[in-house]
Structures are given as structure tokens and as C-alpha cells.
Design a protein around this ligand. Structure first.
Ligand SMILES: C[S@@+](CC[C@H](N)C(=O)[O-])C[C@H]1O[C@@H](n2cnc3c(N)ncnc32)[C@H](O)[C@@H]1O
Length: 202
């Protein structure tokens, strides 16, 4: 599902700094949940609407996806969610240790080739960074349709400091602290199983 480039996306992002968070300002945002690879922003929008007392920040590196997210946040007058238009690998090192309430990885790109392993958002180096930036007791929640990425992630997690709370091979989408993403909606419509991992920083 490649997102077709939209010329309006970058100007829209630039015209709406109220929904954007510059990545060097992340440590000034107080307490928040982070979604990495937020795509077109449905999860971010729905979580912000469902939990108005909490703050959410999405990270997205694709300009068109970032534009769609910014549009959703502006049109719904969202005050408790923002978007960082950047690559996750660039921003996580600048986030203070122990500062993030929780992290969501939703339908991350699988990068199936071995030479691209480091690009997977559940690679060893990313997991180390997530562990560092999460608050103690904070959760990392990972949903995917991709069995190979799921089993790869389980393997990497077993060598990490995270405690595995849940490895679900057929997630029903009914956790209250969750929302359906764009990709998830279409995979569920096709009847594909959704895999989910929940990890805790101990
Ligand atoms: C397969 S899509 C899933 C989008 C959305 N989470 C969903 O479930 O509908 C993966 C998204 O992650 C973004 N992405 C992948 N690697 C990223 C990275 N290192 N930093 C920021 N965004 C990333 C891609 O641009 C893409 O929009």
C-alpha cells in the first residue's frame, strides 16, 4: 500500500505548526505516549479523542503520510496530539531517558531482506533505545500482520531487557487502550490474523 505523493502535504505541514512538534522540542512536551511510524494518523487521532486527558506524539518520516496526519489533527481541532515529521532513528537518541509513558509500533514496515534488518523498528538497536526512553513500568505495544516480523521481534525481545507480557497470535482488537489503524482495518477486512506483543520496562 504505497502512499501516492501529494503536493499539498509539505505546505500544509509548514502552515500548521500548532499540530507539529519539532524534534528538538520533544523533551519539552511533558508526559506523552509515542507512536512510531504513525502513517496517515488514524490511530493518533482516535487515541487523542478517546483519551483527552493523555498526550500523544506520532513520528512519521513520509511527507504525504505526515500531511494526512496533520490534516486530521487540524480538522478535528486536536490539542493533545502532535506529529514529528522525521525518521525515528534521528529522534530517539535526543529523547530523555525514562521520559516516555508508552510506545506504540503499528504495522511497521517488515524490511524482509537480511541486509535491511537494522531498519526494522524492532531491531536490537531500536529496542535498546525504546527501553532507555520509556518510564519504568511503561509498555511497548507492537501490532503487525507480518508473521516473519512478529517471530523476528519475539527473538530479539528474548535477548532484551524487556519483560514480555503478551504474545498474541490472534489479537481481537478489543484492548480498551488501543485504536484500529488504517493498515489494521484493511487487514482485518481481508481476514488476516493480527499479531500483538506487549512488553514492559522492568
Ligand atoms: C506500513 S505503514 C503503517 C502505518 C500505520 N502505523 C498503520 O498501521 O496504518 C508504516 C509507516 O511507518 C513509517 N516509518 C517506517 N520507518 C520509519 C522510521 N524509521 N521513522 C518514522 N517513520 C517510519 C512509514 O513511512 C509508514 O508510514
Amino acid at each position: 500500500m504505497r502512499t501516492k505523493f501529494k503536493v499539498w502535504a509539505e505546505p500544509f505541514i509548514n502552515e500548521h505548526p500548532e499540530v507539529m512538534c519539532p524534534f528538538d522540542k520533544l523533551n519539552e512536551q511533558g508526559s506523552y505516549y509515542l507512536e512510531i511510524g504513525s502513517g496517515k494518523g488514524q490511530f493518533l487521532l482516535d487515541m487523542a479523542l478517546k483519551f483527552p486527558e493523555l498526550n500523544f506524539i506520532g513520528v512519521e518520516r513520509n511527507v504525504t503520510c505526515a500531511g494526512f496526519t496533520a490534516k486530521k489533527l487540524v480538522e478535528n481541532e486536536i490539542k493533545n496530539a502532535k506529529l514529528v515529521f522525521a525518521d525515528a532513528g534521528q529522534i530517539t537518541p535526543s529523547i530523555n531517558s525514562g521520559s516516555i509513558e508508552g510506545i506504540f509500533l503499528n504495522f511497521s514496515d517488515p524490511w524482509p531482506k537480511k541486509r535491511h534488518t537494522k531498519r526494522r523498528l524492532t531491531s536490537e538497536s531500536f529496542l535498546k533505545e525504546y527501553y532507555r526512553i520509556l518510564k519504568s513500568g511503561g509498555h511497548l505495544v507492537f501490532k503487525t500482520d507480518n508473521y516473519d516480523l512478529f517471530t523476528y521481534s519475539l527473538e530479539v525481545i528474548s535477548d532484551s531487557s524487556f519483560k514480555l507480557l503478551e504474545a498474541n497470535y490472534s489479537y481481537d482488537g478489543k484492548d480498551e487502550f488501543d485504536a484500529t489503524t488504517e493498515y489494521e482495518k484493511s487487514f482485518r477486512e481481508e481476514g488476516q490474523p493480527i499479531y500483538r506483543l506487549v512488553l514492559e520496562k522492568v
